[in-house]
Structure formats: C-alpha cells, structure tokens
Design a protein around this ligand. Structure first.
Ligand code: HEC
Length: 287
C-alpha cells in the first residue's frame, strides 16, 4: 500500500514541480526584463540631467573662451557622451550613444540597427520610446532609445554652416551635422544594458525557490509515510497476526491492540468483542 501511495504522491509532486517551475521561470524572466528596463530608463534620465547641467552651468562659463577656440565641453550632447564613455570603461557591457543620421562628430553616426530606430521615430512622431533585446559580443543586452529632436536653440550650430560659429567650423569642418530642421528627429539616444546580472539573479532565485519546494515535498513524503506506517500499517499487521492465531484456535493469543488511527482502533475493539462472543459460543457448545 505504501508503495502505491508513494507512487501517486511522486507523480503529483512531479507535475506540481513542473508547473511551479514554469510559473516561477516566466515570472522571474519578466521581472529581470522590467529591472533591466528600469535601469536603462534611469540611465537615459541621467544623460538628460548631464545635458541640462552642461547647458545651465558649464556653457555660460565657457562663453567667452568660445570666441577664440570652440570648446566642445560646453555642448550638452558631448558632455553626456563623454560621461558615459567613462562609465563604459568601468562597465564595458553598458553603453550609451547619441546615434545620429548626420552627426557633427563621426563617432556619433548611427549604425544600421540604430538608424532603423531613428527612422521609426521620424516616421511616427508620437513614439516616445523604443526598446528591445539584441545579441552583442558581451552577451544579450536590452536597448532603450528616445528620440533627439531639434528646437530653435540648436539652429545656431546645426542649420547652415554659415550660421555656425567660425571656431566650430574650424574644428569640425562644414560638411557634417548641418541642415537640421526645426522639430526634426535627427537621431536617438540609445542606451544598452546587459541582461547577464539580472538573469544570474533570476536563475539564483529560481534555484532557491525550487530547492525549498523540493525539500518541502520530501518532508511531506516522509511525514505521510511515517503516519501511514504508525496509524495504519503496523496496527493492521498486528490485528492480522492475532486474527490468524485466533482462527487457529489459539485461546492464549493476545488481545487485539488498541493503538493506531481511530478507524483501526474501532476495528480492533470490534474484533475483541467478536472474539469474546466467539469464546462464549464455543464454551456453550463445549459445556
Ligand atoms: C554651440 C553650438 C551647438 C549648439 C547650440 C547645439 N549643438 Fe549639438 N553639437 C555641437 C557640436 C560641436 C557637436 C559635436 C560634439 C562632439 O565633438 O561630440 C554637437 C553634437 C550634437 C549631437 C551628437 C551627434 C553629433 O552631431 O555628433 C547631437 C545629437 C546634438 N548635437 C544635438 C543638438 C541639439 C538637439 C541641439 C539643440 C537643443 C544642439 N545640438 C545644439 C554644437 C552645438
């Protein structure tokens, strides 16, 4: 009987483990993606903070120096890229780029997949954010992109070369980064965040949860086995042995035991009563 109960329990537990494992895996996967996306969003926000700091605090300081030589340090988008390049040295799997179709600085030129994203922003001006996953040489990464839009303040440097400061032309030439139109989306800020650490975390939590559940099921199995043995199997075996002796006419056989679960105890009591009646009946016959 124990074998059969154990088999049934094992099958039920195995099915339960598979179901739990599927649910846990997909939940953790969703969490990991959400976590990485939140990280990417925070990084894009910090790029915006760097830009506004540069515009309000650095640019005014460099105003007079700009007359003699162009200081890219005063350019908000330059500041953000430089900051993230420093971060990239420490964390090579994180990257930030101001991917631009027609950039002033060639390092900012959009690659194929980045140009596709910029094109999406250009085609649909209501799109505020685009995200997705990509395989990189450093492993799977999530990218998050937001459009870069031109406003009136940009035209002094990015419209016609003739409108741009001579010092800027001296440094960057007059071929790239011009001809931008007001309100045009010229590029996208693209941040790339690795999945590796979030995925490692998810795998660890999954392992811990499944191990804990497996341990719980094993304890349940042990407790069920011990209870069935003590409450049913052992007393029923004794009852069977005594009933055997009684059936062979052994009047010295012990009383049926009172232990075990209530049903087994009731059975024992019934056997004891039956045995007494049987004894009496035999005595009457013999007497
Ligand atoms: C004072 C001139 C100036 C103004 C004003 C200016 N930029 Fe620029 N911008 C530059 C220069 C110079 C660079 C290249 C910096 C570098 O070396 O990376 C640049 C770079 C950029 C880049 C990175 C891609 C590229 O072209 O290399 C973006 C995007 C950009 N600017 C957008 C803007 C926007 C949007 C505005 C208006 C909100 C603006 N800029 C205003 C001078 C300017």
């Amino acid at each position: 009987m124990l074998l059969r109960i154990n088999l049934i329990l094992l099958v039920a537990f195995a099915l339960g483990m598979v179901a739990i494992s599927l649910i846990v895996t997909s939940t953790l996967q969703e969490n990991a993606t959400r976590e990485v996306l939140a990280q990417a969003g925070l990084m894009l926000d910090s790029a915006a903070a760097i830009r506004s700091y540069t515009e309000t605090e650095i640019d005014p300081l460099l105003d007079d120096k700009m007359a003699t030589a162009f200081r890219p340090q005063s350019v908000p988008f330059y500041a953000a890229t430089q900051n993230f390049l420093t971060l990239h040295k420490e964390h090579p799997d994180y990257s930030y780029k101001e991917a631009t179709l027609n950039p002033t600085n060639p390092r900012d030129r959009a690659t194929d997949w980045e140009a596709d994203i910029v094109q999406r922003f250009r085609n649909d001006t209501t799109t505020r954010e685009v995200s997705g996953t990509r395989d990189t040489p450093m492993g799977k990464a999530l990218y998050l992109a937001r459009p870069i839009r031109v406003d009136a303040g940009c035209l002094g440097c990015h419209s016609l070369p003739s409108a741009a400061p001579a010092t800027m032309l001296a440094r960057y030439g007059n071929e790239h980064g011009f001809g931008w139109q007001p309100n045009e989306v010229v590029g996208a800020q693209v941040i790339s965040v690795p999945f590796a650490s979030a995925e490692a975390n998810a795998a660890r939590v999954r392992r811990e949860v499944l191990t804990a559940i497996a341990a719980m099921l094993v304890s349940v199995l042990l407790v069920v086995n011990a209870s069935i043995y003590v409450l049913v199997i052992r007393p029923v075996r004794r009852i069977a042995r005594i009933a055997d002796q009684v059936s062979l006419g052994d009047t010295a056989a012990a009383d049926f035991p009172r232990g075990g679960g209530p049903e087994v105890a009731a059975l024992s009591a019934a056997f004891n009563r039956m045995r007494k009646s049987l004894d009496k009946a035999l005595q009457m016959l013999g007497g």
